[in-house]
Design a protein around this ligand. Structure first.
Ligand code: ASP
Length: 344
């Protein structure tokens, strides 16, 4: 063989292999949730249902637009969450629920499946978009979780927009707190809804959780997950839920999947739900559908842990199981499949 032919062949195989490793992922996509709970068609007026669906669609589209333009899954999940945090419909950012002292204390987390880097904030009171604060913790600090006034201060120094308590106030959430307090007076033994181990005590004053989450796979094959919440109505001041706990409410790993949870946080923490799904895929070779089904519909149901998850794997498969009557949710994939759903 002539030297020039050999040279050409070598060049060809070099470029072919480079093209192979850099080939964009065809099946990219995004999934979101706006909380699971007792969401019944009879409870939502057609007008309110329309509002929820429109906002979910807006969040999906905001995230998908980034993926479509070859943006990162991290940017996509952050953008989708911000749309829902800015809406007063959901229990995240503006519209967050109240603690027993009538304050808003918000939690959020974001995780990069490529590097396993993660950032979270817990109990922030003044940050308009807690998810952006979580991103700042990941990108601009050596830490994973910041809490309370330290988190508020750090986020402000990072340039996150702040607001006073009136920005987060909604009459609907205030009424939920008053109702929860009424119930507490009537049945004090049953109203400790946060973290009780007794199945009998696993009763909610308001079962529409309303937390928001997003998971995405981008064109470069990178996964990301993000979750943001006001927590649970009438929670004790300082209570931290599963959402900002990496592995519990939020997890992403390029080897397996990205997961964002919603539901009764104490159960999701004890059962390390998001990581458990990833571990079942990694160690037991379960598919995404099998792993999410096992954790949400079997493990959690057994202990009466109510809620659901959204998850996407490294091939772009999406799973969204929940063990409550409803979960605000939606997905949009590069193969054109898309939906926005509420009920079972
Ligand atoms: N998981 C959240 C928490 O326990 C609540 C929710 O999903 O709505 O803080």
């Amino acid at each position: 063989m002539k030297t020039s032919t050999l040279f050409l062949l070598l060049c060809f195989s070099f470029f072919a292999s480079t093209a192979q490793t850099k080939a964009p992922v065809k099946n990219y996509g995004i999934a979101i949730h706006g909380g699971a709970g007792t969401i019944l068609k009879s409870d939502l007026s057609p007008e309110l249902e329309k509002q929820y669906k429109a906002k979910l669609q807006e969040a999906l589209d905001a995230g998908y637009a980034i993926l479509e333009k070859n943006g990162t899954s991290l940017d996509a999940v952050e953008a989708a969450i911000k749309v829902m945090e800015d809406s007063r419909l959901f229990n995240a950012g503006s519209g967050s629920v109240f603690t027993s002292e009538g304050k808003n204390e918000m939690d959020a987390a974001i995780m990069d499946g490529k590097t396993l880097k993660a950032g979270a904030v817990a109990g922030v009171r003044t940050i308009k978009n807690p998810i952006t604060a979580a991103r700042c913790v990941m990108d601009k600090s050596p830490h994973v979780i910041l809490s309370g006034s330290g988190a508020d201060l750090f986020a402000k120094q990072c340039g996150c927009a702040t607001a006073d308590s009136s920005y987060f106030f909604t009459e609907k959430r205030w009424q939920q707190l008053l109702k929860a307090k009424e119930q507490e007076k009537l049945t004090p033994e049953k109203s400790d809804t946060l973290g009780s181990l007794s199945p009998q005590q696993n009763e909610f004053n308001d079962k529409k959780f309303g937390t928001v989450g997003a998971v995405a796979l981008d064109r470069n094959g990178n996964l990301a997950a993000a979750t943001s919440t006001g927590g649970m109505t009438n929670k004790k001041p300082g209570r931290i839920g599963d959402s900002p706990v990496i592995g519990a409410g939020t997890y992403a790993n390029n080897k397996t999947c990205a997961v964002s949870c919603t539901g009764h946080g104490e159960f999701f923490i004890r059962h390390v739900v998001a990581f458990d799904i990833s571990a079942l895929m990694e160690y037991k070779n379960l598919t995404l559908a099998q792993a999410t089904e096992e954790v949400v519909m079997h493990k959690l149901v057994k202990v009466k842990g109510e809620g659901g998850v959204i998850a996407i794997d490294s091939k772009g498969n999406i799973s969204m199981p929940f063990n409550t009557p409803g979960m605000y949710r939606g997905f949009r994939k590069s193969d054109g499949k898309t939906a926005v759903l509420i009920y079972r």
